[in-house]
Design a protein around this ligand. Sequence first.
Ligand code: URA
Length: 184
Amino acid sequence: MYETFEELKQSIQNCQKCKLCNNRNNIVFGTGNEHSKVMFIGEGPGADEDMQGIPFVGKAGKLMNMAFEGIGINRKEVYIANIVKCRPPANRNPEDDEVVACLDYLRNQVMLVKPKIIVLLGSVALKNILGKEYGITQSRGKWVEKKGIMYMPTWHPAALLRDESKKIDFWQDLKKVKEKMIEI
Ligand code: URA
């Protein structure tokens, strides 16, 4: 584990711990306030993120930004990262070996940010952080407390692009996050 973000970022620069390194343009490390109370964790970079090296800048990210604006969450005030830092081909889910190879980076980010709240965006984030026994449909919108951190699982924003009816849930879940941010 690295004690500073600079050291951690440096250590990742030429990562070849899994096969996702073969096709990447950029490692998508994370963005936002490195001392935030709140962290958002997605799945993995898409094409836009891979091109820019920044998480959630594509269509799903724009939708998430709109929700942030509507609810009064400042994107720059939170910290945003992904389960895997390199783009899975054709946006498939990251495979277990890729997650295992990458997850220590995220653990190190969590250790450095020290968030009080972690928002888990979608099933891949939920299952790899809280455990495979969790399902997103049952778990979303409900706080889970573990080792002093409050976790809020919710839909991945890309799911809202496929199914508009999920938007209301997403908005409600983020409102709970906003309330908790004020409270703690
Ligand atoms: N989807 C994710 O899970 N993460 C991103 O950074 C972009 C899209």
